[in-house]
Design a protein around this ligand. Structure first.
Ligand code: TXD
Length: 317
């Protein structure tokens, strides 16, 4: 069987890291697409030259023309502009929506059968624009944020409890970043829910609250340290987990931004919920029962996403 083809739209920090991980995990061949095709080609060649050392054969190339992504099985989208000093949130929304609209058209023309993972911020709005412009079925267009948010949450919980990250599971929903909703009663150490761990004296509610806040501000903490640019290793690893679940039909349950159609009483916009990702794309949306408090937090998060979409529609892009 021929190797799978993975198109990375955007060859910046996350794009380059994605390509490297795809090589190391032998997931397929890679086309890195960017408005700076030289950067894309340079990264592709550099990573391919690590293949003989690390033992992978993925073919990698760079491109500045959409025809290069033809027939891709997976497209991962990071193209866009970072927020610059003096740029308002609306400016960023407009500029990135214009980029994503072009990306959507490119995917529609050349890779209409792909599974598409959007990473570009503001995530919940950009993935919606991408689905609209590409016209791909909603189950084939998802946004990456929840895997990253829950990975950050798992790390901080593992550090708090002094246990392996592997034995900590976390359940997060909602929009990306500060409106993220962690469900602590569904987050566990080896199956023991956090509220029980509090009762067992492993931690306190105050410490858990501080971890939740740190998780929600996880992106900002890294931006502050890096001074220029934002996180890219963990975001790339998170998108790869989603791509791998699709390519290998693993049917993993991963929090992803998906288009809701009545689930959780919401419709017509993308927001993060747990879903099963397999060979058909989003195969199932997992709908849990909320407590009144969780319901309120989720609705607040949905309202923030809906407001951003309304702001975006007013801009008339
Ligand atoms: O959880 C999440 N979803 C996120 C999102 C976590 C971390 C970062 N997140 C967002 O991902 C971040 O706010 C950015 O919007 C994207 C990409 O982050 P990255 O760190 O990779 O940004 P870079 O290094 O600036 O790369 C963006 C690339 C750069 O090479 C540009 O030249 C290219 O995008 N670019 C384009 N490529 C193709 N087509 C067009 N039109 C285009 N415009 C810019």
């Amino acid at each position: 069987m021929a190797r799978k083809k993975i198109a990375l739209i955007g060859a910046g920090n996350i794009g380059g890291t994605l390509a490297h991980l795809i090589g190391l995990k032998e997931l397929g061949d890679v086309v890195l697409f960017d408005v700076f095709p030289g950067v894309a080609a340079g990264k592709a060649l550099d990573i391919m030259q690590s293949g003989p050392v690390d033992g992978f054969d993925s073919a990698m190339s760079g491109a500045g023309d959409y025809s290069a992504i033809a027939g891709a099985d997976v497209c991962i989208v990071t193209a866009g502009f970072p927020r610059m000093p003096g740029m308002s949130r609306d400016d960023l929304l407009t500029k990135n929506a214009e980029v994503i609209a072009k990306v959507g058209e490119g995917i529609k023309t050349y890779a209409p059968d792909a599974f598409v993972i959007c990473i570009t911020n503001p995530l919940d709005v950009m993935v919606w624009v991408l689905q609209q412009k590409s016209g791909l079925p909603p189950e084939k267009v998802v946004g990456m944020a929840g895997v990253l948010d829950s990975s950050r949450f798992r790390l901080f919980l593992a550090q708090e409890f002094g246990v392996s990250v592997e034995d900590v599971t976390a359940f997060v929903l909602g929009g990306h970043g500060d409106t993220m909703v962690p469900l602590t009663r569904y987050s566990t150490v080896a199956g023991i829910p956090i509220p029980d761990l509090i009762k067992m004296g492993w931690t306190t509610q105050e410490k858990i609250d501080a971890i939740v806040t740190r998780t929600a501000n996880g992106g900002g903490e890294i931006v502050k340290l890096l001074e220029k640019g934002s996180a890219f290793y963990a975001p790339a690893a998170s998108a790869i987990a989603m791509a791998e679940s699709y390519l290998l039909d693993k049917k993993r349950v991963l929090p992803s931004a998906v288009l809701l159609n009545g689930e959780y009483g919401q419709s017509g916009f993308y927001v993060g919920v747990p879903v099963v990702i397999g060979a058909k794309g989003v195969e199932r949306i997992v709908e849990v029962q909320f407590t009144a408090e969780e319901k309120a937090a989720f609705e607040k998060s949905c309202d923030a996403v809906k407001k951003l979409i309304a702001d975006f529609k007013k801009l008339g892009v």
